[in-house]
Design a binder for this molecule. Structure first.
Ligand code: FPP
Length: 228
């Protein structure tokens, strides 16, 4: 039986890249670049812990509304990241997965996502999941459509099976950096009983040390899952 305070699935809303850059008189995209380094640090930390799944909100269904130059930069950064990180994933036994509606990405980016997914498919350590063109409402609608198409009963269990995250357990702990207190359409179904953590630290400044302190608090919290 699963222990109540076991941390199997950690989800993070990585917010504050733009402000981090602006505070330093830099262009917003420099914050995204630094944010990519934080992804590396946090992923390595998680891969050395007992955490099995780390799901990062990298690009939301709403992020397309940003200026084209920023969207283009994020796509290039993602593409570089997928290519450069392949070696690190394999060396550290990290499996890569992407969730979200990937159909909107370029065929080149889709190839890069697919290549890393395939290359790392047999890694048995941490699974790092990037949420790309992801929105929880969109995911629930897509899962419902698949459920209807498959002709299965509409139930909680079946919906979970048709979500993009079907391979992972529900989220145990959800962290949002950047000072805001909202979920921004992120893993709403999967986080029904997640413990929530909000920090004013901007994502580029977030560290494994701060995450370790939050995890200590997570372990002290009493999770009742609706019971007493
Ligand atoms: C929010 O900062 C951040 C995002 C748009 C998503 C996270 C993106 C990265 C960490 C960049 C690197 C990603 C990969 C996968 C290589 P914001 O721009 O909303 O910050 P603000 O609230 O200060 O404006």
């Amino acid at each position: 039986m699963r222990e109540l305070n076991e941390l199997k699935h950690l989800a993070i809303i990585m917010d504050g890249n733009g402000r981090w850059a602006q505070e330093r008189g830099k262009q917003r995209v420099r914050g995204h670049e630094k944010g990519a380094e934080t992804i590396r640090e946090i992923t390595m930390f998680c891969s050395k812990s007992d955490i099995s799944f780390l799901t990062l909100y990298a690009f939301s269904t709403e992020n397309w509304k940003r200026p084209k130059t920023e969207v283009d930069f994020l796509m290039r950064l993602l593409s570089d990241y997928l290519k450069k990180e392949a070696e690190v994933y394999l060396k550290n036994n990290i499996r890569f997965k992407a969730i979200g509606d990937l159909s909107r990405f370029s065929s080149r980016l889709l190839d890069e996502i697919e290549t890393l997914t395939q290359k790392s498919a047999s890694c048995s350590g941490l699974t790092q999941v990037l949420a790309l063109n992801y929105g929880s409402k969109d995911e629930i609608i897509r899962a419902t459509q698949k459920m209807i198409k498959a002709g299965v009963e509409v139930s909680e269990e079946n919906l979970s099976r048709f979500l993009d995250t079907a391979f992972a357990p529900d989220v145990d702990m959800l962290v949002r950096t950047g000072g805001d207190y909202r979920l921004s359409n992120y893993l709403l179904w999967q986080s029904s009983y997640a413990e929530l953590f909000f920090t004013p630290t901007l994502w580029p400044d977030f560290t494994a040390e701060e995450l370790a302190i939050q995890i200590e608090e997570f372990k002290r919290r009493k999770r009742r899952f609706g019971g007493i």
